[in-house]
Design a protein around this ligand. Structure first.
Ligand code: F0G
Length: 445
């Protein structure tokens, strides 16, 4: 049951089929190029797209817009200390700004950085700092409770190959966005701590979806059964030396982020602070307006409220169930923020080099004005991987009938699946890693 009701609403409209066909063509068959008002149900991302609470809107008016020493910054600092246990923060305009601040301070040319799975911007910032990002996910079976875990032995192997001195940090991303939003257990985080100690490396947690991860821990890890999400949220972060945070996820805000550093880590704090001033803005706003700091301060406290986070994760599971009922193959169990559909299995007649994921994204928009995102060969060129489509739920935004519409859209697509074309790229940017944001495609006749 949702523990909130709507107080302000936004009109959405489903353009007719002819208009949808036209918009899709104009967009070069790339959902990133669609105007938002041409989209009926927008499941592109959960990043900054959620609905703020009345308390957050009220807090906006308290925003202290002082350049230095803003009271809003102090309120954000207190919220991070209370909710996440980090007393020192360097604010940033969003998660990738925080990544630039932290990884630029930690990493030198020739370093290696293992992570359960690097998110795109994490990978890019580590590379940009001269480091080599290495994915170390555990091998798991469908149904396993903590498929997001870090392969700790894999990290040790990497250290024996490249030398422990070349690994300045071990990173764990909770939940593991690039691996279907699957959670990480506290047991695994503790093992990561031990490895980091053995390698004399820092342990960094990418805490974007820390509240959702904490909820899964209370549900699936015996040691924490019956504990509050708020307590577990702090407990899981207690092992880390530093955190990177995008306030656009579990900060329940539309923008913002920060790096959290331990109170006694003067060296890292000072380096991060100086980089923050250089790239983001002065230490008490970091690229955010005072009102943004306020919205995140309130949002962080709301994110660990039991009723909120339970209904959040349950809604994702609900979408997963509705899709399974109409025969859609999805990753199970569903993760914290999105349902991941196996488009390769759903559209078996489209070979992987013709982007079945993108074919599904286009078909979902054409049939029902639903926008998802391809996470297969278009997004990750040259890698062998499953052809996935992510349906990501903005927080506190859609209702059950919207989810039913998504399931009905899938059912309609399924009926025509034999007729659906594959796609080819007609235009792509030089940096292939970023091609899914701007590439243009066409259906193969
Ligand atoms: N780390 C993770 C795990 C993320 O999922 C994201 C963003 C970032 C860092 C970067 O944060 O967007 O505030 O700069 N993920 C979004 C997504 C964009 O759609 O999954 P940001």
């Amino acid at each position: 049951m949702r523990a909130y009701k709507a107080k302000a609403v936004e009109r959405i409209e489903l353009p007719d089929r002819e208009a949808r066909e036209h918009y899709l063509r104009e967009a070069g068959y790339n959902a990133f190029n669609l105007d938002a008002d041409a989209v009926f149900i927008d499941l592109l991302t959960d990043s900054g797209t959620g609905t703020m609470s009345d308390e957050q809107w009220a807090a906006l008016l308290r925003g202290d817009e002082s350049y230095a020493g803003s009271e809003s910054f102090q309120r954000l600092e207190s919220a991070v200390a209370d909710v996440m246990g980090f007393e020192r923060i360097v604010p940033a305009h969003q998660g990738r700004g925080a990544e630039n601040v932290l990884y630029g301070a930690l990493i030198s040319k020739g370093d290696y950085v293992p992570n359960n799975t690097h998110f795109d911007t994490t990978r890019a910032h580590i590379t940009n700092a001269g480091g080599e990002p290495v994915d170390c996910p555990i091998e798991s079976e469908p149904g396993d409770p903590f498929q997001g875990n870090l392969d700790v032995d894999g990290v040790r192997e990497l250290a024996s190959e490249v030398g422990a001195e070349r690994i300045p940090a071990v990173v764990v991303t909770i939940t593991n966005n690039s691996l279907a939003g699957q959670p990480v257990s506290i047991e695994n985080l503790r093992e990561a701590r031990t490895v980091a100690n053995d390698l004399d490396a820092r342990l960094v947690i990418d805490a974007c979806r820390f509240a959702e991860n904490a909820y899964f821990v209370t549900q699936r890890e015996t040691e924490f059964a019956g504990e509050s999400v708020a307590d577990v949220a702090r407990e899981q972060l207690a092992v880390a030396d530093a955190i990177v945070m995008s306030g656009k996820k579990d900060g329940l805000a539309n923008v913002g982020g920060f790096v959290g550093v331990r109170a006694d880590d003067d060296e890292l704090y000072e380096q991060a602070r100086q980089r923050g001033i250089l790239y983001e803005g002065f230490t008490t706003y970091g690229g955010m307006a005072g009102r943004d700091l306020e919205a995140m301060a309130v949002g962080l406290r709301e994110a660990v409220e039991e009723t909120y986070v339970e209904s959040r994760v349950e809604q994702v599971a609900e979408l997963g169930e509705l899709l399974q009922e109409v025969g859609v193959p999805i990753r199970t169990p569903t993760g914290g923020h999105a349902v991941y559909v196996d488009a390769g299995e759903f559209l078996p007649s489209i070979p992987h080099e013709e982007f079945p994921g993108q074919a599904l994204v286009c078909a979902l928009y054409r049939e029902g004005g639903v926008r998802g995102v391809e996470l297969g060969e278009l997004a990750f060129p040259g890698t062998e991987r499953d052809q996935l489509v992510r349906l990501c739920l903005p927080r506190r935004t859609y209702f059950r009938d919207h989810l039913e519409h998504v399931a009905e859209t899938f059912a309609a697509v399924a009926e025509r699946r034999e007729e659906l074309p594959g796609y080819e790229i007609v235009d792509e940017p030089e940096m292939k890693e970023l091609r899914h944001f701007s590439a243009e495609l066409r259906p193969i006749e």
